[in-house]
Ligand binder design. Structure first.
Ligand SMILES: CC(C)(COP(=O)(O)OP(=O)(O)OC[C@H]1O[C@@H](n2cnc3c(N)ncnc32)[C@H](O)[C@@H]1OP(=O)(O)O)[C@@H](O)C(=O)NCCC(=O)NCCS
Length: 155
């Protein structure tokens, strides 16, 4: 079955599913993620409020298997950039291009908004995610504690 990318229309009916998906995606990497369901719920609601039209779901049939949250009005170092707050893909769906398809959707969204740069913070020891972003043209920048900034221009 193919996987499609769709904007999240309403958080309420999917909230519990997305909380479970998030927790599953960060299993073994709790250092970089919320681990209490209540905190994940609060975080997802905050993401949804910030990005009403750019919270993208990867769906297989009706089932969410990943999501990406693209913020087109984020201030970083005094500059408005496209910020990827979150991207996760279910472990059994990884390595098939789902994460890349989500990022491409975010890049298209940021281009439509006229933004020139996209960035994100990634866990310093999250090797898989760093390799993933590097493959997509991001370069490592400053470190802040356990986080590393990665950015790329939007042509
Ligand atoms: C990071 C993540 C979103 C990648 O999703 P994915 O669907 O597996 O990514 P893709 O299949 O699109 O991979 C694209 C490219 O990234 C690179 N990549 C992906 N996984 C990799 C791995 N384990 N090791 C090295 N490179 C990897 C590959 O070069 C791959 O290129 P290819 O398509 O030519 O093989 C996923 O692994 C995940 O959910 N991780 C846990 C949550 C997380 O860390 N999120 C990032 C927070 S900042």
């Amino acid at each position: 079955m193919g996987i499609g990318i769709v904007p999240l229309e309403q958080m309420d009916p999917l909230e519990d599913v997305l909380v479970k998906l998030y927790l599953r995606c960060y299993e073994g990497m709790e250092e970089y993620a919320y681990s209490a369901p209540r905190d994940v719920k609060r975080y997802l609601r905050w993401l949804c409020r910030r990005t009403p039209f750019s919270f993208f779901l990867a769906v297989k049939g009706d089932e969410p298997v990943g999501f990406l949250v693209a913020d087109d009005h984020w201030e970083e170092d005094g500059e408005t950039v496209g910020e990827i707050h979150e991207v996760v893909v279910a472990p059994e769906e990884r390595g098939k291009g789902v994460g890349s398809a989500l990022v491409q959707r975010a890049l298209d969204h940021f281009r439509e908004k006229g933004l020139k740069k996209v960035g994100l913070w990634v866990g310093r020891r999250n090797k898989r995610a760093k390799a993933f972003y590097t493959h997509l043209g991001f370069k490592e920048g400053d470190a802040k504690g356990k986080w590393i900034r990665m950015e790329r221009p939007l042509e």
